[in-house]
Design a protein around this ligand. Structure first.
Ligand SMILES: Nc1nc2c(ncn2[C@@H]2O[C@H](COP(=O)(O)OP(=O)(O)OP(=O)(O)O)[C@@H](O)[C@H]2O)c(=O)[nH]1
Ligand SMILES: [Mg+2]
Length: 443
């Protein structure tokens, strides 16, 4: 899948991990990334924006105990996820009707069967309806697939109006998930739009309380950036709810299709990766990017990079040589990367995340700390010792947190400073992030 992109990216990330993450290596990586993304048909502006964001992040301060290499690799992962779509799709398992639309050969009919199979495996009862009256043998194609996966099928040979077929099917079926295959066209012609609108109206009328109607646009990955225009036009005509990107196994342009969908705000719900009825996957951008750059490789890379700790930064922290600004930047850094558990997962620390209780509580606490520190003056941040009771009162008012919470943060800062002074360099190396979180009162 996106083989070209994947191989190139891996190569440049590996090169970076082997050498250093100095300015030159980072620039080389950015250049390689630009080249690979553009060859995967991602639009030039997004590529440019992404590399700019990456360049900036590569210069940012890092978490102590983390090398610049780790920092860069993680930033690459996160920025890629950002352009591929950040959210995992929701799949409701309630009763629904699904109308599949798209141009010729986009993969509607095969996707209809794949979806039926998907919901059947979830324990629902799907049914397939053939509403393509244009393509020769469209009826037989879906009928055969329905037989193969043992799902009820309805179609009418000879009937020219798809909405009539649908109406009859809807009278007959009481299945949980009714999947409607429609006809494609060579281009976005008004005839096609009118036809899917009529199907939509018919389907809409049949939707009972508690049921939903999904209007899914099927887009083949090989159209690359043209996905943007199609998604926009179909959305305008029909108000599509989701997109399925097909044939990701067979093209190097998938990057373009996926990023284009994300840009139009169209949610990619599933991807298909082969012709078999089981070749359908929920689209999970994080997983997708992990696979793209090879998650196993990413972990190995992080491992490699970790064994070569940034000594200067570590020394500074070990000596307890940090002010509340440093403390603040750690919190900012972590928050900027999304949730803690996600961060730990990303860094290959998933196991540890499970050991740390109440991640949500911790995150809520960190948010408060952030507000508190933002309510402190520069002087107070640099020298927290000057924060007396009246200042605590003011900071409490400014941050919307209680005085006890302000005191707790200050006490944690002092405690972590003291503990950092006591901790040996060896321990910090071994403990890495875990030790650090503990020091910050986040255990
Ligand atoms: N490699 C690969 N081929 C696919 C995938 N999905 C569909 N195809 C193939 O693409 C071709 C077109 O698929 P259909 O499902 O018939 O497309 P359609 O949108 O129904 O086409 P029309 O009915 O003509 O509009 C078929 O040969 C499918 O087997 C996929 O994920 N990977
Ligand atoms: Mg078809």
């Amino acid at each position: 899948m996106l083989k070209g992109l994947s191989a190139k990216l891996r190569e440049s990330l590996e090169k970076l991990a082997r050498s250093g993450a100095d300015k030159e290596a980072v620039e080389e990586l950015l250049r390689d990334m630009q080249r690979s993304l553009i060859s995967a048909d991602v639009d030039v502006r997004s590529v440019h924006e992404m590399t700019e964001a990456l360049r900036k992040r590569c210069q940012d301060d890092m978490l102590p105990g983390m090398t610049r290499k780790e920092h860069v690799i993680k930033a690459v992962y996160e920025e890629l996820t950002r352009i591929m779509g950040e959210k995992k799709p929701d799949v409701s398992l309630g009763r629904k009707k699904i109308l599949l639309v798209g141009l010729y050969a986009s993969g509607k009919t095969s996707t209809a069967a794949k979806l039926a199979r998907f919901y059947k495996k979830k324990g629902l009862r799907p049914a397939l309806v053939a509403c393509d009256t244009i393509r020769p043998a469209a009826y037989e194609q879906l009928q055969q697939l329905a037989e193969k996966i043992e799902v009820p099928f309805y179609g009418e040979k000879g009937e020219k109006e798809p909405a009539r077929i649908l109406s009859n099917a809807l009278k007959r079926f009481d299945e949980d998930v009714i999947i409607i295959d429609s006809a494609g066209r060579n281009a976005l012609e008004s005839e096609l739009i009118d036809e899917v609108k009529r199907l939509n109206e018919t389907a809409k009328k049949s939707v009972k309380e508690g049921e939903s109607l999904e209007k899914i646009l099927v887009l083949p990955a090989d159209i690359g950036q043209a996905a943007r225009e199609q998604a926009a036009s179909f959305h305008e005509a029909l108000g599509i709810t989701d997109v399925i990107v097909t044939k990701l196994d067979a093209t190097a342009k998938g990057g373009g299709a996926l990023t284009a969908c994300h840009q139009t705000g169209a949610k990619v719900k599933f991807i298909t990766v082969g012709e078999g009825v089981d070749d359908l996957e929920l689209y999970n951008p994080e997983k997708f990017v992990s696979r793209l750059i090879g998650f196993a490789d990413l972990e190995t890379l992080l491992e490699k990079a970790r064994s070569n700790i940034d000594e200067d930064k570590a020394k500074k922290i070990i000596k307890g040589d940090f002010d509340i600004e440093d403390f603040y930047s750690q919190i900012e850094g972590v928050r900027g990367m999304g949730s803690l558990s996600q961060l730990m997962d990303t860094m290959g620390l998933g196991k540890m995340a499970k050991k740390v209780p109440d991640m949500d509580v911790q995150e809520a606490k960190m948010k408060k700390w952030k507000y508190i520190i933002q309510s402190m003056t520069a002087e107070e941040r640099a020298n927290p010792d000057v924060v007396n009771s009246s200042r605590i009162r003011r900071i409490s008012r400014g941050s919307g947190c209680t005085e006890a919470e302000v005191r707790e943060l200050l006490s944690n800062y002092h405690k972590s400073k003291k503990m950092m002074k006591m901790i040996s360099p060896g321990k910090l190396k071994r403990g890495g992030m875990a030790g650090l979180f503990r020091q910050f009162g986040l255990k």
